[in-house]
Design a protein around this ligand. Structure first.
Ligand code: DAH
Length: 341
């Protein structure tokens, strides 16, 4: 065949090739070593110099034209194949997703988070206490010596003669004071507590508290009252009022019991508040100078206030829960009622 004929035949074959296999055969036929064009290269040596040059050029041009057509066709076949694959593998994103259950949150955890937020906002730090405590920190350093009657109400689980499961979060006070080495303190300590209680509607052998302690120069009962008022209004709403009743705790002097005005009757008295208009929510007081001394402070220089909140009680009031045991039963129907905001 003449070069022009070869070129026409090749271009037609390339054009007709339907897929990459067909195209490969066409290439083998027209561009491989055994192809006609290559044989024509062999003929070059028989030609005179002048003719060799023009003929050589023509061969090259022909081969380049075929190559180019081949590359273009290959690109177009590949593009078509990709298109077809993309069409096939298309995902229908309009299908509804599989639904999954988002876990509820234990209301105790919710209340703990909320109270912690409020005190963080007032400049307090979270102090991590420990469930396992020594007799010294749980009792002695909180001014509850061995023969003190308060020990009777706070019987607990003993791990040895000196180690026990803490009966309240108050030992965190002693630990924080020790770490502050006689300087100012502003902490809350949320955590579990344990007592040898028989479980009933409002008592559990394991429960949660949040302890609070602030020590600085010139701190008095007025600071405590305003702090707790701000706390209660943030937690329960602006309309709620607090009331302080005098009480007794070994580690505070004076000591108070803090009540919040009843949500149902607004303070008039109803069955919820047993006719008193108020509901007790926490114990507090001015830190007993003896406790300051026991923990390395000079009561003439520093004073402070402390409080202890029972989380179950707060959660029961806030969410209208009537049985403390619900917090610990892991009943998903109960837990699913509570979600993070
Ligand atoms: N620790 C007390 C209890 O478990 C609660 C308490 C009362 C803590 C008064 C305090 C406080 O810090 O000042 O019954």
């Amino acid at each position: 065949m003449e070069l022009d004929e070869i070129k026409q035949a090749a271009l037609k074959a390339i054009n007709d090739a339907k897929n990459s296999d067909a195209l490969t055969s066409v290439r083998n036929l027209f561009l491989s070593k055994k192809s006609e064009i290559n044989q024509k290269m062999g003929e070059l040596k028989n030609l005179a110099a002048e003719e060799r040059k023009t003929f050589g050029q023509k061969i090259n041009e022909t081969r380049n034209a075929i190559s180019k057509a081949f590359e273009e066709k290959l690109a177009s076949i590949n593009a078509q194949a990709l298109d077809a694959r993309l069409k096939n593998e298309k995902i229908d994103i309009s299908l509804p997703a599989n639904s999954y259950n988002k876990a509820g949150v234990n209301p105790l955890a919710l209340v703990e988070e909320e109270i912690t937020e409020i005190f963080l906002g007032m400049g307090y730090q979270v102090y991590e206490g420990s469930d396992v405590e020594s007799d010294e920190y749980n009792f002695e350093l909180m001014n509850i010596p061995k023969d003190h009657p308060a020990r009777e109400m706070q019987d607990t689980f003993y791990l040895s003669d000196t180690m026990l499961l803490r009966t309240h979060t108050s030992p965190a006070q002693a630990r924080a004071m020790k770490e502050a080495r006689g300087g100012p303190v502003r902490i809350i300590c949320p955590g579990k507590c344990y007592r040898r209680d028989n479980d009933d509607l409002t008592h559990s052998h394991q429960f949660m508290q949040i302890e609070g302690l602030l020590i600085d120069k010139g701190i008095h009962l007025g600071h405590l009252e305003k702090t707790l008022e701000a706390f209660v209004k943030k937690l329960f709403g602006e309309k709620r009022e607090i009331r302080l009743r005098s009480s007794y705790f070994p580690f505070t002097e004076p000591s108070v019991e803090v009540d919040v005005s009843c949500d149902k009757c607004g303070g008039k008295g109803c069955p919820t508040c047993k006719g008193t208009g108020y509901i007790e929510i926490l114990g507090a007081g001015v830190v007993n100078p003896r406790v300051l001394k026991l923990n390395g402070y000079d009561p003439k220089e520093y004073s402070g206030f402390a409080f202890g909140v029972g989380l179950e009680r707060i959660a029961m009031l806030k969410y209208g829960i009537d049985d403390i045991r619900r917090f610990y039963q892991n009943d998903v129907r109960f837990l699913n009622e509570f979600k993070r905001r």
